[in-house]
Design a protein around this ligand. Structure first.
Ligand SMILES: NCc1[nH]cc(CCC(=O)O)c1CC(=O)O
Length: 310
């Protein structure tokens, strides 16, 4: 049996995800040897600037991709939320694993829910998607930039820099920090980002042996959901750094269909565009494009375009 080398970021969440994939690979192939190869990415180095201002897509993945192309690693494990729509020549998304809770979480040492927070309170997030939806709901509260890995963000909350912060439920759950969640924010209030809560594995497109070893880790329903969400986000030319929400789930009344909800927002929350549609589980990209087109008809392009000029 060969050795599989996993390129990973060094943050506790990235290491958890890489260890999870190592364990899954070993569960399916007990004789395999799996090693972790940790890297520091540009997104990890620049911590004082909101991601939207650093610009460029794939801040957390580039170094890992170079390692695979140069043969220093065989696969890279990513949070699907951070993975750009397109892959460099020679690499592809091999599988998408079963999804953790995709919602966002309200975290505070004082308040239990977003609607309990008083006027003028300071909420920490650097995500434009979270910002625009919170501002639409609560124009009277202030949003302040918050960067760094999950532990750093919680420390900044504990230091008193914020009244509450918003984090992905999945990251907190994976790091056994669920006790910090005061309430989960429903998708009706805060629509998650494309791919949130899902882990994906990238590898060299021509590496048949590795692709075969990875195949049993693919979770079909999650893969369809995330593909619909990513198609929507891609059709609007948005990465993680734009105010776009995209969330797909199995349709409650038809088990062969997905329900996809999309959202584009003005950063100050003054306008939120929403659209939802149902489509076949077998053609998730088509559904993503339908929802993106409907949002464009409502004016999404102008909102996104205006942000590129900041
Ligand atoms: N942008 C950073 C990032 N990428 C993935 C997660 C959480 C885990 C996930 O969504 O899979 C986080 C942290 C956060 O948003 O709180």
């Amino acid at each position: 049996m060969p050795t599989i080398r996993i390129a990973t970021r060094r943050s506790p969440l990235a290491l958890w995800q890489a260890e999870f994939v190592r364990a899954e690979l070993l569960r399916h192939h007990p004789d395999l040897t799996v090693e972790l190869v940790p890297f520091v990415t540009k997104g990890d180095k620049i911590l004082d600037t909101p991601l939207a201002k650093i610009g460029g897509k794939g801040l957390f993945v580039k170094e890992l991709e170079v390692a695979m192309l140069e043969g220093e690693a065989d696969i890279a494990v990513h949070s699907m939320k951070d993975v750009p729509a397109e892959f460099p020549e020679g690499l592809k998304l091999a599988v998408i694993c079963d999804r953790e809770n995709p919602t966002d979480a309200f975290v505070s040492n004082i308040y239990n829910r977003i609607d309990e927070v008083p006027s003028g309170a300071i909420i920490g997030t650097s995500s434009l998607r979270r910002q625009c939806q919170i501002k639409a709901l609560r124009p009277d509260i202030e949003i302040k930039t918050l960067r760094g890995n999950v532990g750093t963000r919680l420390q900044k909350l504990d230091d008193g820099d914020y009244d509450a912060i918003i984090l992905a439920t999945a990251g907190l759950t994976r790091l056994d920090l669920n006790y910090r969640i005061k309430s989960e924010i429903a998708p009706e209030i805060l629509l998650p980002a494309a791919g949130q809560g899902a882990v994906g594995i990238e590898c060299r497109s021509d590496d048949e042996a590795t692709l075969n070893l990875l195949a049993p880790l693919n979770h079909k329903l999650t893969a369809a959901r995330v593909r619909a969400e990513r198609a929507l986000s891609h059709a609007l030319e948005g990465g993680c750094q734009v105010p776009i929400g995209a969330f797909a789930e199995l349709s409650p009344d038809n088990q062969s269909e997905l329900r996809l909800r999309g959202l584009v927002g003005e950063v100050d929350g003054s306008r939120l565009l929403r659209f939802e549609h149902f489509g076949s589980l077998l053609e998730p990209e088509k559904l993503g494009i339908v929802v993106a087109e409907a949002l464009k008809e409502q004016g999404a392009t102008a909102i996104i375009q205006a942000l590129q000029d900041i």
